[in-house]
Write a protein that binds this ligand. Structure first.
Ligand code: SF4
Ligand code: SF4
Length: 106
């Protein structure tokens, strides 16, 4: 008989997405290489290729409803800035507050 694995705790990000829809100036490319940026569909990147394209404040790669259920449609290719944002850090909780979501305590 196989032991039952412990339940995998879902990331709070899957029910949030606030930092992906907080400010169009946030998902900018930092240290991303040209090769990495080229892997992102061109319609999701600004014309000058310096950032993710946004509709208003919302990153165009974000799918779903902020505060309910979301996903990043380019998750494995998302830029460095997106990998740096951690649940419960200052930017995270600022974005969550903007959307009326409770802060994450770490
Ligand atoms: S604001 Fe925080 S919890 Fe929400 S998606 Fe961003 S990192 Fe995750
Ligand atoms: S690329 Fe993905 S993780 Fe980054 S801001 Fe857009 S939706 Fe969020």
């Amino acid at each position: 008989m196989r032991p039952t694995p412990p339940p995998v705790e879902a990331s709070p990000c899957q029910k949030c997405g606030a930092c992906c829809a907080y400010d169009a100036s946030w998902p900018r490319f930092w240290t991303d290489t040209d090769e990495a940026i080229a892997l992102i569909p061109p319609n999701l990147v600004t014309e000058d290729a310096t950032a993710m394209a946004c509709d208003g404040d919302r990153c165009r790669a974000l799918a779903g409803i902020v505060g309910e259920a979301v996903s990043c449609t380019i998750y494995s290719r998302r830029p460095e800035v997106c990998r740096a944002c951690e649940p419960g850090d200052e930017a995270c909780n600022m974005a969550r507050e903007h959307y009326g979501l409770d802060p994450i305590e770490i």
